[in-house]
Ligand binder design. Sequence first.
Ligand code: HEC
Length: 158
Amino acid sequence: MKASWIALGCAAVLAGPSVAAEVDYPTGYRAWTHVKSMVLEPGHPLYESFGGLHHIYANAKAMRGYRGGSFPDGSVIVFDLLDVERGGNALSEGARKVVGVMQRDRRRFKDTGGWGFEGFARGDPKQRVVGDQAPSACFACHAEQAATSQYVFSTWRE
Ligand code: HEC
């Protein structure tokens, strides 16, 4: 009896708003599936925040969602944003600006569509740039895709 009360108390604390769920650093994402790449140039409406060259990577669970199923808990998608260097009539990758992450966990991130959002400055696991700003900084926009593609914008091509 006592033990079950303690368990209930813990569950309440975990579910409460005071405990912010943290997104995990996506260790090893460069070996995951490359979904697509895109360059945002000056003049694009999102240039201030996301200007540069980005690559999107998905882990094996997230690939189930990209292939038309649902994104199961444990799905992780990475938005790897790099500077663009111009020269010799070519665009090349520059320094890493930020590693953006979406992590699917319907329980931990229930207030933001079951996805946790985070950004790691220059890809440094210790430099979190989003934290509790995720609802306004990330989710508000991704929510546009709620009904059509489970909050995910990018699509898979063979
Ligand atoms: C104003 C709209 C907007 C905001 C704000 C926004 N995103 Fe996105 N996000 C997009 C679009 C559009 C794409 C698709 C880019 C592409 O197709 O290459 C995207 C793609 C992504 C992806 C790859 C999965 C997907 O949905 O395609 C991740 C991960 C991601 N964003 C994380 C974040 C994080 C973290 C934040 C907050 C710091 C954020 N986003 C804020 C519009 C937004």
